[in-house]
Design a protein around this ligand. Sequence first.
Ligand code: PXL
Length: 285
Amino acid sequence: MKRIVTIQDISCVGKCSLTVALPIISAMGVETAIIPTAVLSTHTMFKGFTFRDLTADIKPIMDHWEKEGISFDAIYTGYLGSFEQIDLMKELFSRFRGKGTTVVVDPCMADNGKLYPGFTEAFAKAMAGLCSQADIIVPNLTEASFMLGIPYKAAGSYDQAYIEDLLKKLASLGAKEVVLKGIELPDKKGKIGIASYNAKTKQISWYFHTKMSTSFHGTGDIFASVLTGALVRGLSLEKAYALAGDFVVQSIKKTLSHKDHNTYGVDFEAAFPTLVRRLEKELKA
Ligand code: PXL
């Protein structure tokens, strides 16, 4: 069985980070190893959340795994809470990156033009440094802007040429492939999309799907989890992010179909059958 290690926090309630990555990657038929970077009572959009930092455990976990000879088909990092954790991820990459290991970095720290609580522009630069060591990075437009140190442009104030330039600038950070999310183009009304860039072939690809009227927390984590799971199962990057984007849409639809739905995260659990069926179908195609 293929094995992914994902490194991010546990927000005990909130449907994001590890409580999303674990069930999704497991449902996709891939063993999921984890390093929890912190335990929070909820994600940081709630007021009054508790926070226990687990940075001190990361190195001993790595040491033990190295002694056991454990290896990974992919390493996927999400929400990280400090500069020290970013440095530890660099160490983890160098210690556990085998020939066939794909390193996916989701520079999870910002959305809608703003950094999440507790993050700074200096942290975004450090995250750009981690992205430089990845095979694949999956920023949204806000994260891309902060990492490049350029002003964020909201939907309606940029065009396709701007996105293509952004993709190239992001690739110049050092990753082999860039997957940029949350793109809205003037000629694609009602749609939101993903653009990717391969630094070697210089190929740009696009995938647009329905834009839902409500946005929810944790969807970026769902996207990155599905993408990493699909890649490890053997889908191409383009098929992997199409699957991921569509699964996010399905999850939001399931959420909105319940009158008393959560507002803090999406009901991705209810959309699992569609994910698993499509994955199996794509693998047979
Ligand atoms: O979904 C990203 C995320 C992960 N973990 C924590 C968060 C957030 C977004 O705010 O607060 C703790």
